[in-house]
Write a protein that binds this ligand. Structure first.
Ligand SMILES: [Zn+2]
Length: 615
C-alpha cells in the first residue's frame, strides 16, 4: 500500500512532527488562462523530504469507480528551492520525484481542465470547477497533516466561490484561504467558482444551500422558493430516517453545487456536498403549475440520491475503502449496498415526502424493472460480481455490456426493494431499521467500529440483528447468486399489480437500433435472441427485413403479422459487403413490465402499502 492511503508508522510519526510545526502543503490556485482551460497551481512545502520530495496525483476520484489517470492533464511542472530550479523526474504514471533541497520547496504546475462532468476539473470564461484529485498533487509523507488552499479570483470577473472546505481567511466572495485537515479531506471538498445563484435553507437546523452556476442568467427563471422548500423536505426526511429520535445532520453545513448544462447529467457525492449537472429545462420555473414536470422530479431524485450518500458510503464506508487508496482500484463486492440501496431510497424519499404520487413512484420503479428486464447480463453476473468488476465493466461499457453485466445501481435498488418488502411483510421492521443499525454501528461519530468500515459479508447478520430475519439464503440467491427477485409476488402483497405491455418489435427481435432512419444501424444484439440467431452484430446497417426496406415503421408493420416459428430474412451491410441472413422467430417473451395500484387490495395489503408508501 502506498503512502497515499496506508502510511507507514515512520511516515505517520513524521507527519505528526510536521503537523506540530503546522508546515503542511500550501496550494495556490489561479485562473488566468480561461480560454485555454488551464489552471495554474503552486505548491509550497516548508520542510520537504531531505532525501528528495515525491509528489503524486490520484488516479481516480472516490464515488466514481474508474481509473481516470488525472495526471494525463498535467501540462508541465517545475520545482524551485529559493531561486534555484531543482531537477524533477517522473517515477510512475502519477508520481514525480524532486531533487533534494534544504529550504522551502516551491512547485509550479499547470493543468488542463476541460472535463464537463463532475469527476475532474473544468475552466472556461463562464466557470471554474475542480476536485483536488485532478489539480493538487499530494506531497508524499504529508498526506495526514493540514493542507491549505488559496484561491485567487480571475481578473476582471465578479465570480464567487462555493465549497464546503472550512474557510480560514476569505473575502466576501469567498476568495482567500481554506484549510483541509488532511489530503483525503481536501479531495472530498470540490470547489466551484463562477457567477452563482445561492438558494439557502435550513434542514433540521443545519444550514444548507444550492449553488447554481450561471446565476445572473437563471435568477429570474428559477423558482427559488420551490427548490428550497422541496430540498428541505428531502433533507429533513433523510436526517430523520437516520436519527429519528433527535434529527440532527451529520455535518455542520451542506451544499448542492449544481451546474446546469444543455446536455449533461450526473452527480458525485461528497461528505458535506455534492457536485451535480442537470439540464436547464429540469429547473422549476416560477410559472410552473403544481407539477413542474418529469425533468424536475428527476433532478430532485438526483439531489436525494447524492444527499443519501452523505450517510451511505461517505460515513458508512465499505471496509475495502477504509482508508481509501487513491492510487489504484479499491475493490469491493458491496456497491449494490452503497449505490443500489441509495438508488432505492432516492425516489422512495420523494414519495414519502409527498413530492411524487404513489403512481409516479410506481412508474419510476417500473422503469428500473424494465431496465433490468432488458439486461440478459443479469443471468451472467451476480450483484457481488457487478460491484467487484465495476472498474473494468460498468464504467467501461461497450456493445456487449447488456449481455455481460448488470447494473449494481438498478438491480441493487430492486434488491433493496425486495428485501424491504420481504421484511415489512413479516411485520418485524423494515430496511430503515437496517440502515439505522448500519449508521449506529459504522457511521456515527461515536460508533465503535467507525474506523473499520462495513465488512464484505456483514449484511445478513445486521438484517438479523435489526429485524430478526434470517436472510442468508436471500443473499446467497440474489447477491452472490443470479436468481430473479420475486418482485411480482412481493408487490402483490402490497396491493401493487405487475403486468406486461406489448413488446416493441426491435426489442422482441433482440435489437437496439440507432435512430429511426430507413437504414438503421444495429447498436446492440441481445444474447439468445432472433437477431443473434440470424447472425447480426453491432455496427451492421439494416437494409431490408423480409426483402422490404428496413426501418422502424416497416419493422412494426411486419411484426404485427408475424407468427412464432416463421422464418425471417434480413439484409445488412457489414464492412462494405451485403449479407443475407435468416432465422426463425422465437416464442414471444413477456413485454415491458408495468406496475399499478391494485383497484381492490385486501385490507392487509392496503395496510402494508400505506406503511411503505404513505397514504
Ligand atoms: Zn450514487
Amino acid at each position: 500500500m502506498p503512502a497515499s492511503a496506508k502510511a507507514s508508522p515512520a511516515a505517520r510519526k513524521r507527519a505528526k512532527a510536521v503537523s506540530s510545526s503546522s508546515a503542511g502543503p500550501r496550494y495556490r490556485v489561479r485562473m488566468l488562462r480561461l480560454h485555454a482551460h488551464v489552471f495554474d497551481v503552486e505548491l509550497e512545502l516548508d520542510r520537504p523530504d531531505p532525501g528528495g520530495q515525491e509528489l503524486w496525483l490520484p488516479v481516480w476520484v472516490p464515488g466514481s469507480y474508474l481509473v481516470r489517470e488525472f495526471a494525463r492533464h498535467v501540462l508541465d511542472m517545475r520545482a524551485f528551492c529559493g531561486r534555484r530550479e531543482l531537477g524533477l523526474r517522473k517515477t510512475a504514471k502519477n508520481r514525480w520525484r524532486i531533487e533534494a533541497c534544504e529550504g522551502p520547496l516551491r512547485v509550479q504546475l499547470s493543468v488542463y481542465a476541460h472535463d464537463a462532468s463532475v469527476r475532474a476539473a473544468w475552466l472556461d470564461p463562464s466557470r471554474g470547477f475542480f476536485n483536488a484529485s485532478s489539480l493538487l498533487p499530494a506531497a508524499a509523507g504529508f498526506e495526514h497533516v493540514e493542507h491549505q488552499l488559496s484561491l485567487e479570483p480571475p481578473p476582471e470577473l465578479r465570480w464567487s466561490v462555493a465549497t464546503t472546505l472550512p474557510a480560514r481567511r476569505v473575502d466576501e466572495r469567498g476568495f482567500g484561504t481554506y484549510a483541509a485537515r488532511d489530503y483525503e479531506h481536501l479531495v472530498d471538498h470540490p470547489v466551484a467558482c463562477g457567477d452563482h445563484l445561492r438558494i439557502a435553507f435550513r434542514a433540521c437546523g443545519t444550514p444548507h444551500e444550492m449553488v447554481l452556476e450561471h446565476g445572473s442568467r437563471l435568477r429570474e427563471q428559477v423558482d427559488q422558493r420551490r427548490l428550497a422548500a422541496d430540498l428541505r423536505r428531502i433533507c429533513e426526511a433523510q436526517i430523520a430516517l437516520f436519527e429519528p429520535e433527535a434529527p440532527r445532520a451529520p455535518f455542520r453545513r451542506y451544499a448542492f453545487l449544481l451546474a446546469p448544462s444543455p446536455t449533461g447529467w450526473g452527480g458525485l457525492e461528497h461528505a458535506d456536498s455534492s457536485a451535480l449537472i442537470c439540464a436547464e429545462a429540469d429547473l422549476p420555473h416560477p410559472r410552473d403549475g403544481a407539477d413542474a414536470g418529469a425533468g424536475y422530479r428527476r433532478l430532485l431524485g438526483l439531489c436525494s440520491h447524492e444527499y443519501f450518500h452523505a450517510w451511505n458510503v461517505k460515513r458508512i464506508r465499505p471496509q475495502a475503502l477504509t482508508p481509501i487508496d487513491l492510487e489504484r482500484e479499491n475493490l469491493t463486492g458491496m456497491l449494490w449496498l452503497f449505490e443500489g440501496f441509495t438508488s432505492y431510497y432516492d425516489d422512495l424519499v420523494l414519495r414519502r415526502t409527498g413530492l411524487i404520487s404513489p403512481q409516479q413512484y410506481l412508474q419510476l420503479l417500473a422503469e428500473a424493472m424494465r431496465a433490468v428486464q432488458a439486461t440478459p447480463g443479469r443471468h451472467v453476473q451476480s450483484l457481488e460480481q457487478a460491484s467487484f468488476d465495476a472498474w473494468i465493466k460498468f464504467y467501461r461499457p461497450d456493445e456487449n455490456t447488456p449481455n455481460a453485466t448488470v447494473s449494481y445501481y438498478t438491480l441493487g435498488g430492486l434488491f433493496a426493494l425486495a428485501l424491504d418488502l420481504h421484511l415489512r411483510s413479516r411485520g418485524k421492521g423494515c430496511l430503515d431499521d437496517v440502515m439505522r443499525l448500519l449508521w449506529r454501528r459504522y457511521g456515527r461519530a461515536d460508533a465503535p467500529l467507525r474506523e473499520q468500515g462495513v465488512p464484505e459479508d456483514a449484511l445478513p447478520a445486521l438484517v438479523r440483528e435489526a429485524c430478526g430475519a434470517d436472510v442468508r439464503a436471500w443473499f446467497a440467491r440474489h447477491v452472490r447468486g443470479r436468481e430473479e427477485l420475486p418482485l411480482q409476488r412481493l408487490l402483490a402483497g402490497f396491493g401493487v399489480e405487475l403486468s406486461h405491455g406489448a413488446p416493441e418489435p426491435a426489442d422482441a427481435l433482440g435489437l437496439r437500433l440507432d435512430g429511426a432512419s430507413s437504414w438503421p444501424m444495429v447498436r446492440f444484439v441481445r444474447s439468445a435472441s432472433w437477431a443473434e440467431q440470424a447472425g447480426l452484430c453491432a455496427g451492421d446497417v439494416l437494409v431490408a427485413v423480409n426483402e422490404q426496406q428496413a426501418g422502424t415503421a416497416n419493422l412494426a408493420r411486419q411484426w404485427r403479422r408475424a407468427r412464432p416459428g416463421q422464418s425471417w430474412s434480413v439484409h445488412a451491410m457489414r464492412d462494405g459487403r451485403l449479407l443475407q441472413l435468416r432465422a426463425a422467430l422465437p416464442q414471444p417473451e413477456p413485454g415491458p413490465v408495468q406496475l399499478q395500484l391494485a383497484a381492490r387490495p385486501s385490507a392487509a395489503a392496503l395496510r402494508l402499502r400505506r406503511a411503505w408508501l404513505g397514504g
